[in-house]
Each structure stands twice: as C-alpha cells, then as structure tokens.
Design a protein around this ligand. Structure first.
Ligand code: KG4
Ligand code: ZN
Length: 360
C-alpha cells in the first residue's frame, strides 16, 4: 500500500517547477494546510511562461507562501519534521529557487530533506482527498508538460511503470496553443473549458489521434489535433470564428482520446481504479466523460479536487510524507535539480557533482 502504519512527522512540501509557488503541510496522509502564489498574470502578455520571470517571482513568493501554509495549519516553523521539494522536472531556474529555500529550511531546522519528482506529486495529490492509493492503480497524468498513462503500485517504494506517453505535445499544451490561435486568453485550458460551454462538441469533426486498430493503444499524440484546430481556424479567415464550437469540439476530441485509452488500460491490466491527475484533470469534459466511461466499465474513478489538480505544495508534501513513513533515505544537502527527469521513482535525488553518475 502507499502508506505504512508508523506515525510520521509534519512534512513541509515546496513546489516551484513552473509558475506556481506552493507550500503544503502534510502528516500521516492528512493535509494540514497549504498556500499557492501564482505568477501567471505576469506571463499572460507573453502568451506563455517566461522562465526568468517565474524564477524571480518564486524568490518573492516562497517565504510568504510557507508562512501562509503554517498559519492555515496553526503550526510554527519548529513543528516541521521533514522538508520535501520538487527537484524536477521543470524550469531550471524556477526549480533552483525552491530547492535553495528547502535546503535552507531543512538545514536550519536540522530535519531531513527529500527531493521529489513533480509528477509523483500530481499522483499523490489525490491521496490527500481520497486516502491511500490502491495497489495497483492506473494513473492518467495530464498536465501542461506531460501526458502519461502509468501503472502505479507502492508510490514510495516501487518504480512507476509507463504504459504510454505522448509522442509530441502534452494535452494541456494542445489546449494552450490552440487557445492562442482561437484568440482566447492564457492559460488556454481553463479558457477553452469556459468557451466550450456555449458550443457544440459535434460542430467540427476533429481527429482522434492514435486510436486506429494498428496504433499503440496507450500512446498519445496531440500535435496533429493542434494543427487540425489551427487549420480550421485559418479556414475562417475574414469571417467570424465560431470559437465556442471550436473549443467544444477540441475539448471533446481531447477528452475522448484520454478517457478511451485510460479505460482500455485499466481493462487490459485488470485494474479497477483509475486516478486522473494534473492540470487538465480540472477540465469539465474530461471529468464528465471519465466518470461516464468508468461507470460503464465498472472502474472506480478518483480525481483530486480542483485546487489540488494544478501545481501546489501539498502534493509534494504528500509524497514526502509517504517517503518518510516508508523509511526512504533522505537527499544529501548537495542534491541538485534535474529539469528533464523522467518519472521512474517518486524520490528524485540527483547529486550536484557532474562527475558522480546518476543512481540507477
Ligand atoms: O499540472 P499543471 O498545473 O502544470 C504542469 O505541470 O504543467 O497543468 C497546467 C495545464 C495547462 O496547460 C492548463 O491550460 C491546463 O493544465 N488546464 C486545463 C484546465 N485547467 C488547467 N486544461 C483544460 N481544462 C481546464 N479546465
Ligand atoms: Zn504540474
């Protein structure tokens, strides 16, 4: 199971891989408090996250966010018994700000430090709402940078098996890029979701990539869908673009492909629980279609609450809490960031020295 019986310390989790600065406090699988600050508004006029702006915003936000999380939990710095921090993947400068802050706190408090894989954080987010994950479960991770179908056993101890990943764009990236072409604001996912409410999902027959009989059943591809949506928009040049219909049809195509493959993975592996996590799990159509198809297939669907789907510190604290209670070794204080780390294990402890080979 994802948690053992021993009582653990209060774990502070710090997240700074992209444009959200998050701090969360978790003990024994329970969320005690968390706070998030976002630099999203500062990136909006550039149409995407600017790494230097994100890193600087983390410098300003980190202290106050940790303070707010402690206040919400009714705790003080001295109550923290371990610190967990995202060491990758993500933007290098942004990750380094969170890691430096986490090292400083762990060192000053004399408590262990754990490096955490960002995507393991997304997986663990659901445990804060719905309890320990069943072993095994299938997890669909859908965020701005990743789209993967995983077979997860004990998150703190076992390697994570990738059933399939995206070959090109992530689902959230597809929403963000098409939204831009449609003239919708950044970030595109929530904007498409809102616009789609007034549209018809059948208005445009967008493709369902990699769903043919000879295709890899669990791999994803969204760049062709993105191009199809851009072409459709170009075809309206000089006329008013029916954005609501385009948004509804795009959202339907993404939701259809994601949920079809996720349910097929559960059925093929005899797994009865599907967990859908990451920013795109906030999408209303993805949630509704996943629910419908899981019910029809006798699969239990778990989706974290909206506030825990997008990046936050609570999810990193949740992984730290699992690692501590599983007796995992802490990170050395010269742990570094790994901006492009693949998800193999929940603990991610790359060592700073270039001459030291990465642990297998
Ligand atoms: O997990 P996340 O907060 O950050 C990453 O690790 O990438 O995910 C952000 C992604 C963005 O692409 C955003 O557009 C998308 O999640 N997103 C949504 C919705 N809310 C956020 N996509 C579709 N519908 C939504 N409601
Ligand atoms: Zn994320």
């Amino acid at each position: 199971m994802g948690s053992s019986a021993t009582a653990g310390p209060v774990v502070l989790g710090i997240e700074s891989s992209c444009d959200e600065t998050g701090a969360g406090l978790v003990r024994n699988g329970h969320l005690l408090g968390h706070a998030v600050a976002s630099s999203m508004d500062e990136h909006a006029r550039f149409g995407g996250v600017v790494p230097e702006i994100a890193a600087r915003a983390h410098v300003h936000a980190l202290g106050p966010v940790v303070r707010r999380a402690l206040d919400e939990a009714g705790l003080r710095l001295g109550d923290i018994g371990a610190v967990a921090v995202t060491t990758g993947p993500g933007l290098s400068g942004a990750l380094q700000v969170g890691l430096a802050g986490a090292k400083g706190l762990a060192y000053a408090l004399g408590v262990p430090l754990y490096g955490v894989h960002h995507l393991a954080g997304h997986v663990a987010a659901d445990t804060l709402e719905h309890g320990p994950l069943p072993d095994p479960c299938v997890v669909l991770i859908v965020s701005g940078g990743h789209t993967s179908l995983l077979l997860v056993r004990d998150l703190a101890r076992d390697p994570v098996a990738h059933l399939g990943d995206t070959l090109d764009d992530a689902a959230g990236e597809c929403f963000d890029k098409v939204a831009r072409v449609f003239g919708l604001p950044y970030p595109g996912g929530p904007a498409v979701d809102r616009a789609a409410r007034a549209g018809s999902p059948d208005a445009v027959a967008f493709p369902r990539p990699l769903t043919g009989p000879g295709d890899d059943p669990y791999a994803f591809s969204f760049s062709g869908l993105k191009t199809a949506a851009a072409r459709w928009a170009e075809g309206h040049r000089g006329r008013e673009l029916p954005v609501a219909d385009g948004a509804a049809a795009l959202q339907e195509a993404v939701a259809d492909v994601l949920t079809r493959k996720a349910v097929a993975a559960c059925t093929a592996h005899g797994v009865t629980t599907l967990v859908v996590v990451g920013g795109v799990a906030a999408n209303s159509r993805v949630r509704a279609l996943a629910e419908e198809r899981c019910r029809a297939a006798g699969i239990t669907l778990r989706v974290p609450p909206l506030g825990l789907c997008t990046d936050n510190g609570a999810m990193i604290a949740a992984v730290g809490d699992l690692l501590v209670r599983a007796g995992a070794p802490p990170a050395p204080l010269d742990v570094s960031v790994d901006p492009s780390a693949p998800l193999e294990y929940a603990a991610l402890h790359p060592v700073a020295t270039a001459t030291v080979a990465r642990a297998a």
